[in-house]
Each structure stands twice: as C-alpha cells, then as structure tokens.
Write a protein that binds this ligand. Structure first.
Ligand code: PYR
Length: 294
C-alpha cells in the first residue's frame, strides 16, 4: 500500500537527522526543492500571506487561502508537506478540527499550530501575545482528536520564549506533548543550547526555524545536530531570493528599455520546461491527436 504523506514525513525525520525542510512558495518551487534532493517541504503562513496575497503575516489569511496553495503543491509534488496553520483558523475546537481534516484531505503530511492569540504577529517580530497554556493544550487536543489519519503529524509551536521566557516555554511544550503533539517547534530561539533543553524535556523531535533576518542565528545543520534538533526549517529562503531577482529584472527592464542585460540571470525556456515535465505533457497531447486523426 502507498505510504501516506504523514508516514512519509515521519520516516524522513527518522532517516535524515536533522531533516532539512525547505519552504516552497508554490507548486513550481516544490518541484525545484524535490530536484535539489530535499525529502520534505514547507508551506509558510508568512509566505502565503506575502506571496499569494501580498499581505503581512498578521493573521489576515484564512484556511481557504492556505488550502488553495496546499492543493496546488500536493497535486504535482509527492514530497511530504508541512503546513503552517497559524493559530488554527478560528477560536473554537471545531475550527481546529475543520483545519486538521481539511489539511489531510488536501494531502498535507503535517501541520504546526501555535499559541499566539488570533490577531497574531510574525514569530520574529515584537509585540507577540500568547493564549494561556490551557487554551494551547486545548488546541492540541482538538487537533489530535480530529485526525482522520493517525500518521498525520501535529506539531505544537510555542511563541512563549519571547513573551514568558525559557522555562515557561519548555513547560508549555511539555504540556502540548502530553496532550498528544507528535513534534514541537519552539519559535524564535536565540541560543543553540536552548534546543537541547527542549529536546531533553520532551522525547519527540524538535524543529529549529532557521529563518533569515530574524531572532535566530543561522546555525548550520552540524551545529543543530549537536543540539539534538530533529528538523531544520528554511521557510522563506528561496522566496526572498526570488523576490530580489524579480526586483532586479523589473528594475533593469524599466531602466534599460530591454531585458538583454539580465537574460543571463534567468532560467531558460528549456530549463523551465524540463523542471515541469513540459515535454511529457506535449508528447501525450501529440499522441492523442495522432490517434484521433487515424
Ligand atoms: C512562517 O514562515 O510563516 C513561519 O511561521 C515559520
């Protein structure tokens, strides 16, 4: 029987240590990540907001916005996908349950749900507020209870470090694991040694979010392995590079009246076609029409 996305994700975490999980802003990038050899990909909430909607990561995007991008990615790429569901898209346990069921239905392998208030902030910005430990535990219980596939991974994210400090953050994460979380994501970690402290407190894989220009130094996989990290996340690295490239190209065309000066920075037509299996599709179409003409 075909392995479920959740089972694939769990196996990747076991087999690659730490597992590099790279952000894919769209279906095309998911294919590029697979081609580069990654075994798991990520859909960032900040990425859906900024990339698909042109909006900040402030709890504005909704479940359907995220599901649209999830479906587009899982339709073409069989790598297990970890999805950022922010605070669960609604304040009741029924909202969290609907989110979990939808994620499974749309082919996600895993999701992380966090303990910020509904009007959330980016994890690496000031002004974050969190719900009580009990409310976060209730979110996890609702998520675990709603699973229609036991292998689907529920990851608990806490933003408590910046708000209440390390001990409180560890306590929260431990309570989430007790409530059934499969993996944990302490956000905006500032010191490498903190990861080991989380790992010691819970016997489940710990994710390190190595996002650029944030609160966390750009630790290497070697350093993170030494700190007992199980998964390393690069949520928006390719997205940031892609945006910079787009700005350069737009600027050059506008300034120079031609794209000739930036053509050598572009993926070629043939490279693009190869990445999306264009020729396979075309050959199928040709064969279909040839058969009809007979
Ligand atoms: C994001 O990229 O949106 C995260 O929350 C990590």
């Amino acid at each position: 029987m075909k392995e479920s996305p959740g089972a694939l994700f769990r196996r990747a975490v076991q087999e690659e240590s730490p597992l590099q999980v790279v952000g894919a802003i769209n279906a095309n990038h998911a294919l590029l990540a697979k081609r580069a050899g990654f075994r798991a990909i990520y859909l960032s909430g900040g990425g859906v907001a900024a990339g698909s909607l042109g909006l900040p990561d402030l709890g504005i995007s909704n479940l359907d916005d995220v599901l649209t991008d999830v479906r587009r990615i899982t339709d073409v790429c069989d790598l297990p996908l970890l999805v950022d569901v922010d605070t669960g898209f609604g304040s009741s346990a029924f909202n969290v349950a609907r989110t979990v069921k939808s994620m499974i239905k749309f082919g996600a392998a895993a999701m992380h749900i966090e303990d910020q208030v509904g009007a959330k902030r980016c994890g690496h910005r000031p002004g974050k507020e969190i719900v009580s430990k009990q409310e976060m535990v209730d979110r996890i219980k609702a998520a675990v209870d709603a699973r229609t596939d036991d292998s689907f991974v529920i990851m608990a994210r806490t933003d408590a470090l910046a708000v209440e400090g390390l001990d409180a953050a560890i306590e929260r994460i431990a309570a989430c694991v007790e409530a059934g979380a499969d993996m944990v994501f302490p956000e905006a970690i500032t010191d490498l040694a903190m990861y080991s402290q989380f790992a010691k407190a819970v016997k489940v894989p710990v994710l390190a979010n190595i996002t650029e220009f944030g609160a966390t130094p750009l630790f290497t996989t070697e350093e993170l392995k030494g700190a007992d990290v199980g998964l390393v996340l690069y949520p928006l690295s390719a997205f940031r590079a892609m945006n910079k490239a787009a700005e350069n190209v737009y600027g050059a065309i506008r300034r120079d009246g031609t794209q000739k000066n930036v053509v050598d920075t572009m993926q070629t037509r043939m490279e693009l076609y190869e990445r999306i299996n264009y020729h396979d599709f075309e050959q199928k179409l040709d064969a279909l029409f040839a058969a009809q003409k007979k």
